[in-house]
Ligand binder design. Structure first.
Ligand code: PLP
Length: 422
C-alpha cells in the first residue's frame, strides 16, 4: 500500500493567537464526533441508536442546565450562535406582534455581533421593529443607565452581549438584568465569549436567554445553543423559526448528532479546573503587556478618545491598550492593542499581520489599515476610535494551552514587524 510521505517542515510550529475567532478542536471532541459519524443515527427514530442519541442529547441538556443553575430553562441545539441570536430576536418580535398587534421595540448595543445587528436591521427595514442601539463607553462596556433611559412601553426584549469579542470587555449583566426585569422585559445575552470562561447562574443574574457557540470552546464549528427561560417561552408564546417537530417545535430539523456529541465533550473538558485556567490566562495577559512595555511605551486609550490625530507622542512608537482597565471586567484571554507611530506614514496593521504570518504567528486585525472609516470594525467606530488607532489595531486572543513560549515567539515577531515600519 502506498503511504504518503510525511512532510518535513523547518518552520517553527505556529503560534495561534486568534482564539476569539475560533479554537482548535480538542482530541476528545474529534474522537467522539467520529464515533457518532460511523453509523447512521437519527435522534428522532426508535432504533437503539436513536434512543442512545436522544439520551446523549438529553444528558447534555441536563449538564448545561445544572451548569447555569437554569432548572426552569429549555436548552435548544442550533447551528451556532448566529442562529441562536436570530432565533431569539425573530421569535420574540413575531410573538409580540401576534399578541399585542403593535410594533415592538428592542434595545441592544452598537457593539453586538453582526448576527444581532443585521437581524434587528432586517426586521426594522420591513417595518416590524423599532430598535435602539445603545453606545458603549470608551472601554466598550455598555452603561446600564443608558439602557434604562431607552425603555418604552413597547420594548419586548433587551439583548446585550456578555463580553465583546474585539475589546474583551465584560458587561454588567446583573445590573442590566435588574433594569430589564423592573420593567418586566426579558433579557437575552450573547454569551459566545463568556460561556467557556465563566460560570453564570442565569436566574440569579436576571438573564432569560443566552446564545452559545461551541467552536469558541474547542468544539466543532456549526454547533451552538440557545438556552431560554420557560416562563419567557410560555409567557410570550415563543415559536421556532425553522418548522418541524424536533426540540418541541422551537427548532425543527434533525439535530447534528456527531457535532453535538463532540461539542458536549469539549464543553465538559473546558469547564475542568476553569478558575486555574483563567488565572493562567490572566497572568499571560499581564506578562504580554509587561514584555511589550520593556520594548515600547504603553499607554491607555483615554489620550486618543477625542483626538482625530495622534496625541503628542514623544517616542517613535507607542502601544495603546484598548478595552477595560479593570481586569475583573476583561476576558482573561483577550488583548486589543494599537500601534501608533509619531512620524511618517501611519502604521499599517495589514503589513504587521503579514510580518507575523512569516514568523508563523497568527493574530487578528479586525479592521484593516487601508479600509475607510465607514468600513472599519463597527466596534472601533462605536467607541469613536480615531483613524490612527484603527490603522494600527491588532487583537491577540489566547486559549487554555497558550504558553509563555508562544508569547515570547509573538513578541519577537512583533518587534521585527514593527521595526520594519519604523
Ligand atoms: N457572537 C459573538 C460575540 C461572536 O464572537 C461570534 C463569532 O465570532 C458569534 C456570535 C457567532 O457565532 P457562530 O460562529 O457560532 O455563528
Amino acid at each position: 500500500m502506498y503511504i504518503m510521505p510525511t512532510v518535513q517542515s523547518n518552520k517553527k510550529p505556529s503560534v495561534y493567537l486568534d482564539n476569539n475567532a475560533t479554537t482548535t478542536l480538542c482530541r476528545q471532541s474529534i474522537d467522539t464526533a467520529i464515533k457518532w459519524m460511523r453509523d447512521p443515527v437519527n435522534p428522532s427514530s426508535d432504533s437503539r441508536r436513536g434512543v442512545e442519541a436522544r439520551d446523549m442529547l438529553e444528558d447534555g441538556r441536563k449538564y448545561i442546565k445544572q451548569h447555569c443553575s437554569a432548572k426552569n430553562y429549555s436548552v435548544i441545539y442550533t447551528s451556532g450562535a448566529s442562529e441562536s441570536n436570530s432565533l431569539i430576536i425573530r421569535s420574540t418580535v413575531e410573538a409580540y406582534i401576534k399578541c399585542k398587534k403593535t410594533k415592538p421595540h428592542i434595545i441592544t448595543s452598537s457593539t453586538e455581533h453582526k448576527s444581532i445587528l443585521k437581524t434587528c436591521e432586517a426586521l426594522r427595514e420591513v417595518g416590524m421593529l423599532d430598535v435602539t442601539y445603545v453606545k458603549p463607553g470608551a472601554s466598550g462596556c455598555i452603561p446600564p443607565s443608558l439602557i434604562k433611559k431607552e425603555i418604552t412601553p413597547r420594548t419586548c426584549l433587551i439583548t446585550i452581549m456578555g463580553a465583546n469579542n474585539e475589546l474583551g470587555c465584560i458587561n454588567s449583566l446583573k445590573e442590566i438584568g435588574i433594569i430589564a426585569h423592573e420593567s418586566k422585559i426579558p433579557f437575552h445575552s450573547d454569551f459566545v465569549q463568556l460561556f467557556g470562561k465563566f460560570k453564570y447562574n442565569l436566574p440569579l443574574n436576571n438573564i432569560d436567554a443566552i446564545s452559545v457557540s461551541f467552536h469558541k470552546l474547542c468544539g466543532p464549528i456549526g454547533c451552538g445553543l440557545l438556552v431560554v427561560n420557560n416562563d419567557f417561552i410560555k409567557g410570550y408564546g415563543i415559536d421556532g423559526q425553522i418548522g418541524g417537530t424536533q426540540q418541541d417545535g422551537l427548532r425543527g430539523g434533525t439535530q447534528n448528532v456527531p457535532a453535538i456529541a463532540g461539542a458536549l465533550v469539549a464543553m465538559r473538558h473546558t469547564f475542568i479546573n476553569r478558575k486555574e485556567k483563567n488565572d493562567k490566562m490572566y497572568a499571560l495577559r499581564t506578562y504580554t503587556i509587561e514584555e511589550l512595555g520593556k520594548k515600547y511605551t504603553i499607554t491607555g486609550y483615554s489620550k486618543y478618545m477625542s483626538t482625530p490625530t495622534p496625541g503628542e507622542i514623544s517616542v517613535p512608537i507607542e502601544i495603546v491598550i484598548l478595552g477595560q482597565r479593570d481586569t475583573k471586567r476583561t476576558l482573561p484571554n483577550t488583548i486589543l492593542l494599537s500601534v501608533v507611530k509619531a512620524k511618517g506614514a501611519p502604521f499599517c496593521n495589514v503589513k504587521l499581520k503579514k510580518a507575523l504570518d512569516k514568523f508563523n504567528v497568527i493574530v487578528s486585525i479586525g479592521s484593516a489599515c487601508n479600509t475607510s472609516s465607514a468600513n472599519a470594525s463597527h466596534v472601533l467606530n462605536a467607541i469613536n476610535a480615531p483613524d490612527v488607532i484603527k490603522r494600527g489595531v491588532l487583537r491577540i486572543s489566547f486559549c487554555d494551552i497558550t504558553t509563555k513560549k508562544d508569547i515570547k515567539q509573538f513578541i519577537s515577531a512583533f518587534v521585527e514587524g514593527v521595526n520594519a515600519q519604523k
